[in-house]
Design a protein around this ligand. Structure first.
Ligand code: ADP
Length: 451
């Protein structure tokens, strides 16, 4: 049983973890940078320690500072949230060797999932569908050319250690391949200290659909349905929903069964997400595992009624999934999340600054996860997410109507936000019909610019 945990993160996710711990009677320690002194996660934690200056590299990403904060405060475990150190296998290892439980998968599993080509191999072995592509890493452009010929263009070169959409190149013609291979390798080497790339079939208009996993320390795995995350700009998700309109009960059952086996074989523990792309024929193909809790986890919480962050803490304390879930996983109604970012809704320029006015919507089926409050100043140093607005309805139409209502009551003054953009997307007939793919936002913005 944990007495006290340290939350190695900031913003809404730090507060989200504090909420879960408090409901379980576990004390919390917040860490913060000098820029976050007045953040709500600092205020609501039982203890708080400043771990450095605003720059993340010297605070939230500084492993010795985070570990010292946990040691000084006598914490039993560390929750890394998402981003920052959450998928850093070395950090997970240092936690364990320092006698601190890392609330996430084991270090070697995080490391394995961080190499996407490796993850592809293990998924394929367990019967999870993957895209046609290289069996291993690309050794030469001749090999890549031969493979691309076999699979058929377009193909995509991807950094095995990649993240955040970097180290990827779409190749539409053999003549482009050698140069694109060199640039993908160079970008990957600079960004991830690992130039290795692999190749797979490129799907032109995919839907991004991901499955939520929970796995305990006793070999039990459960899948909590899927999330549809196709509404994204430059690989950043803007709107997520659950369930996906395009996932039939049969497809859900098939993927659930293959993922239970795959995640069991891997020795996966705690929470995680398995991402897929859906092709034009409705087939799902594995792309990668995110070995952490995700920004969009609340839509799954709404439709399953399961508190994923509390489940993470209980799993890390050794509890069995059967005791945590108390029955089979069922999906009820429809949930949608809009990410409210501090950015201009048309130019997407960051818009940090003081919140002179702030009213959060409420009412039935409405949830707001945020660290913001009136008169707080959003610092310019971190990502632009200021709040997540999540709604639940009995069906998708009710969820959309509820989201519209909630967006109209969400008042943010002093900065620009993505609220007007969300309102326009929700009014779009194709969004309403559920007819979209990952190119929806570029098309939508071009249409608007041309109008
Ligand atoms: P990262 O870890 O950098 O986010 P992913 O493997 O998750 O990389 O891919 C990021 C995004 O790139 C996907 O959400 C999708 O939009 C696009 N993408 C990746 N692989 C393919 C593919 N084979 N075909 C089409 N789009 C792809």
């Amino acid at each position: 049983m944990f007495q006290k945990i340290l939350v190695a993160n900031r913003g809404e996710i730090a507060l989200r973890v504090i909420c879960a711990a408090r409901e379980l009677g576990i004390k919390t320690v917040a860490v913060y940078s000098e820029a976050d002194r007045y953040s709500l996660h600092v205020r609501f934690a039982d203890e708080a320690i400043c771990i450095g200056p605003a720059k993340s590299a010297r605070s939230y990403l500084d492993i010795p500072s985070v570990i010292s904060a946990a040691e000084i405060t006598n914490a039993d475990a560390i929750h890394p949230g998402y981003g920052f150190l959450s998928e850093n296998a070395d950090f997970a290892e240092v936690c364990e060797t320092s006698g601190l439980r890392f609330i996430g998968p084991k270090a070697d599993v995080i490391r394995m999932m961080g190499f996407k080509q490796h993850a592809r191999t293990v998924m394929k072995k367990a019967g999870v569908p993957i895209l046609p592509g290289s069996e291993g890493l690309i050794q030469s452009s001749d090999e890549a050319l031969e493979m691309a010929e076999r699979i058929g263009y377009p193909v995509i070169l991807k950094a095995t250690a990649g993240g955040g959409g970097r180290g990827m190149r779409v190749v539409r013609h053999p003549s482009e391949l050698p140069n694109l291979l060199a640039s993908a390798q160079a970008e990957a080497g600079a960004a991830f200290s690992c130039p290795d790339v692999y190749l797979e079939k490129y799907i032109d208009s995919p839907r991004h659909i991901e499955f939520q996993v929970l796995a305990d320390l006793h070999g039990n795995v459960e899948i909590l349905g899927e999330r549809e995350c196709s509404i994204q700009r430059r690989h950043q998700k803007l709107i997520e929903e659950s369930p996906s309109l395009k996932v039939t009960p049969k497809l859900r059952a098939d993927i659930t069964a293959s993922l239970k086996k795959a995640m069991g074989d891997i020795g996966y523990t705690n929470a995680g997400t398995v991402e897929f792309l859906m092709d034009e024929t409705g087939m799902l193909h594995f792309i990668e595992v995110n070995a952490r809790v995700q920004v969009e986890h609340p839509v799954t919480e709404f439709v399953t009624g399961i508190d994923i962050v509390k489940a993470q803490l209980r799993i890390a304390m050794g509890e069995k999934l059967t005791d945590i879930l108390k029955g089979p996983v069922t999906l009820t109604g429809h949930a949608i999340e809009c990410r409210i970012n501090a950015e201009h809704p048309e130019t997407f320029a960051p818009s940090p600054g003081r919140l002179t006015g702030w009213n959060v919507p409420g009412g039935i089926g409405v949830r707001v996860d945020t660290c913001a409050y009136t008169d707080w100043t959003i610092p310019p140093y971190y990502d632009s997410l200021v709040a997540k607005l999540i709604v639940h309805g009995r069906d998708r139409a009710e969820a959309i109507a509820r989201m519209n209502r909630a967006l109209s009551m969400f008042v943010v003054e002093g900065i620009h936000t993505s609220i007007p953009l969300h309102q326009r997307i929700l009014a779009d007939p194709q969004f309403q019909a559920g007819e979209f793919d990952t190119n929806f936002i570029p098309r939508f913005l071009a249409k608007k610019a041309g109008a």
